[in-house]
Design a protein around this ligand. Structure first.
Ligand SMILES: *[C@@H]1O[C@H](CO)[C@@H](O)[C@H](O)[C@H]1NC(C)=O
Ligand SMILES: *[C@@H]1O[C@H](CO)[C@@H](O)[C@H](O)[C@H]1NC(C)=O
Ligand SMILES: *[C@@H]1O[C@H](CO)[C@@H](O)[C@H](O)[C@H]1NC(C)=O
Ligand SMILES: *[C@@H]1O[C@H](CO)[C@@H](O)[C@H](O)[C@H]1NC(C)=O
Length: 265
């Protein structure tokens, strides 16, 4: 009897906690969805995504972003989507956070919930091409996810989709080591234009052609050589449109791997 009463009591407690959790999460979500509906009535928007605070700070410092007076932002899943304009273009901006998971989640959310024409993802990048320098701006025509690996012992054969990396080739002094080799795999790309539930292998993802043409019109644009009166780049920064970019969940500051990426891809 006591056990039964305990069970009933426990169940009620669980139900109450569930309801409390529910009432904390749902109305907020409803409010956001209601806000998005109102925001979308004034759309469509260009989506803007950065990754981490230094990029965001630089973006806001130029003062081009003007928040929407009525609906300045929408909070969703812990991220703040800012609504506003740059010159006369309507934009929705979000800082997604470090890593491919955050990039994908924020991008998908933006595309699914807002009325979006397309997304410009911008920020700091490393460079594998010696003809580019610090301060240059580049808009790639293709992007690859180079972080999907099979990492194998040296004695396993590498017969890989796109490319591979043999660690022993980078040994100093020359010789084998225990790191073996990696094979770069294709991304599994799901698309609304493809067959449902069927991923397509993808290595190079294309930038939208029309947007790349718009970007190409920016060639020759004058970029600032100086941060202020005392800090300047040794040469004039350039804008380069149309190379290839690579991304992964790995921050790379490593000359050998940089050379491997450049030579291989
Ligand atoms: C390296 O960058 C320059 C532009 O600065 C470009 O002309 C060249 O094709 C690039 N090299 C490769 C292999 O992409
Ligand atoms: C391959 O390497 C692993 C680990 O070094 C070892 O255990 C295994 O016996 C090797 N296989 C062959 C076929 O040599
Ligand atoms: C990307 O563009 C290239 C050339 O413009 C084309 O050959 C390739 O099929 C495109 N890739 C995809 C996945 O659409
Ligand atoms: C210029 O910018 C650098 C880097 O932000 C800073 O350390 C320096 O104090 C600035 N100098 C002037 C004169 O504003």
């Amino acid at each position: 009897m006591a056990a039964k009463r305990f069970a009933a009591c426990f169940l009620r407690l669980v139900l109450i906690s569930l309801l409390v959790a529910y009432s904390f999460s749902l109305p907020l979500n409803w409010r956001s969805l209601y806000l998005i509906k109102k925001v979308n009535r004034e759309g469509p928007y260009i989506g803007l995504i950065t990754v981490f605070p230094p990029e965001e700070t630089a973006f806001f410092q130029i003062g081009a972003f003007k928040p929407n007076q009525k609906h300045p932002f929408v909070d969703l899943s812990g991220r703040r989507f800012l609504v506003g304009k740059i010159h006369d273009k309507k934009v929705v901006y979000v800082r997604c956070g470090v890593g491919m998971m955050n990039a994908a989640a924020a991008t998908q959310q933006m595309l699914d919930l807002f009325d979006i024409l397309g997304i410009v993802h911008f920020g700091i990048a490393g460079n594998a091409n010696n003809s580019l320098s610090i301060g240059d701006v580049t808009i790639p025509q293709q992007f690859s996810h180079t972080g999907i690996w099979d990492w194998l012992n040296s004695n396993r054969s590498l017969n890989y989709d796109e490319a591979s990396l043999d660690f022993k080739r980078y040994n100093v002094p020359r010789g084998d080591n225990l790191l073996g080799h990696i094979g770069f795999r294709y991304e599994q790309f799901f698309s609304e234009y493809g067959k449902a539930n069927t991923a397509r292998p993808l290595f190079w993802a294309n930038t939208t052609r029309q947007w790349l043409q718009v970007a190409a019109n920016l060639k020759g644009i004058k970029l600032n050589q100086c941060l202020n009166s005392s800090v300047c780049l040794p040469q004039k920064p350039q804008l380069v449109v149309g190379l290839r970019g690579s991304t992964a969940n790995i921050f790379v500051d490593n000359a050998a791997y940089r050379d491997c990426l450049f030579q291989t891809f």
